[in-house]
Design a protein around this ligand. Structure first.
Ligand code: ADP
Length: 377
């Protein structure tokens, strides 16, 4: 892994304007035109140039850490923004990667939240992360005791639901023919709590121990089935709810002076609800017309990004406690984590207003500074 890593997961900002920490890495990905957009003769409202700059409409342009055009493969995107975070995980740094954008802009495709089976060129980020972490862990077992776990939750209507509530054994036993062996657990709601030091945790969340790639993918698939079973329409569900797949790693040297030092880290992978659900009250008319219900967690996330990303608001109160999502992501935004955001956008002119909003938020997120540290048990 070491060799293939390119710089860019957070630019060190020490001594820059007296601010310390590293910035959130922000990437934009433009998806290809859909067949529907193409058949309606939609034109592109965007132009991407080589300097990671994107022009929208005639006169607005934004520069990001990366701008990926519609020809970018899953592997190219993965190598440039996700691989650097994986190295950090093995050194004891927390990581977070989230995809933001309107429904249909490519968040799920990019995150790979519904990709199962062995990794193929079209697989998105989550299976690739799992594969690399499992492979890397395997190469270290001679020198380290390593344990890997995963959890998978969904935030829906401000309820946090455990998508892996069934016993882990059942999930892993169900690896082949998984679909038959799951039924919806009756009580999947879990509480977000804080310990004495203010660290947020999910009380009673099922953290499933995994040994192999197949184990982790069985959890991803089981969670997806659970999510689908809870709704009549999975597209509607995924446009309203936030899915958080987390990988936990602990690593302790088997020999040498540090055998009692165990590092613990986690990688949060977040597929957010459609950004059209974060509209403010002045867009209420549009929202009513479109029949879109507001999403408390997403609105709170946008507010947190607005405060943290605005130089003029530095030192102001950050409204993390306003929603379940922002509590769960407290460390990831402005805290102890290496974080990357992927803003997903459609090229089509009929999405221009929504795309412009996405680019504005992504631009704000570039100013957020985090302070990652190595975490010990
Ligand atoms: P979202 O999760 O934001 O609602 P999806 O990931 O479901 O959006 O994407 C909408 C559609 O566009 C899906 O059919 C998906 O496969 C396709 N799509 C999105 N991004 C890409 C891409 N980069 N390349 C090819 N197809 C894509």
């Amino acid at each position: 892994i070491e060799k293939t890593i390119e710089p860019g997961a957070g630019i060190p900002m020490n001594n820059h304007n007296g601010q310390s920490g590293i910035t959130v890495t922000v990437a934009v990905r433009v998806r290809p035109f859909s067949t529907l957009e193409a058949s309606h003769g939609q034109q592109s409202c965007l132009q991407v140039d080589k300097q990671d700059t994107i022009m929208i409409g005639k006169d607005k342009s934004f520069t990001f850490d990366h701008v990926f055009d519609s020809n970018t493969s899953q592997e190219q995107l993965y190598k440039s923004i996700v691989l650097p975070l994986i190295n950090g995980i093995f050194e004891g740094f927390h990581s977070c990667l989230f995809a933001y954008g309107q429904t249909g802009s490519g968040k799920t495709y990019t995150m790979g939240t519904s990709c199962f089976g062995p990794v193929t060129p079209s697989h998105g980020i989550i299976p690739r992360v799992v594969e690399d972490i499992c492979n890397h862990a395997k190469t270290m077992t001679k020198d380290y005791e390593i344990s890997l776990k995963v959890s998978f939750i969904e935030i829906y209507n401000e309820d946090v639901r455990d998508l892996l509530k069934q016993h882990s054994k059942k999930i892993l036993d169900g690896r082949s023919g998984a679909k038959d062996s799951f039924s919806l657990a009756p009580n999947t709601k879990i509480q977000v709590r804080e310990d004495e030091s203010g660290n947020v945790f999910l009380e009673g969340v099922n953290e499933v121990t995994i040994q192999t790639y197949e184990d982790a993918i069985a959890c991803l698939e089981s969670g997806a089935i659970h999510r689908a079973t809870a709704s009549h329409d999975l597209n509607e569900r995924s446009s309203r709810s936030h899915a958080v797949f987390t990988i936990y790693l602990s690593k302790r040297p088997l020999q040498g002076p540090k055998t009692d030092k165990k590092i613990v880290s986690q990688f949060q992978l977040v597929d957010l609800a459609g950004s059209e659900r974060a509209k403010r009250t002045n867009a209420e008319g549009t929202r009513l017309k479109e029949g879109i219900s507001i999403n408390t967690s997403l609105l709170a996330l946008m507010e947190v990004i607005s405060v943290l990303g605005d130089e003029k608001k530095r030192g102001s109160h950050v409204p993390y406690r306003r929603s379940k999502l922002t509590r769960i992501l407290t460390n990831s935004l402005g805290g102890n984590s290496k974080t990357a955001m992927i803003a997903c956008i459609s090229p089509s002119e009929d999405s221009m207003q929504e795309t412009l909003n996405t680019l504005k938020y992504a631009n704000r997120a570039r100013n957020i500074r985090n302070k990652p540290v190595v975490n010990y048990d």
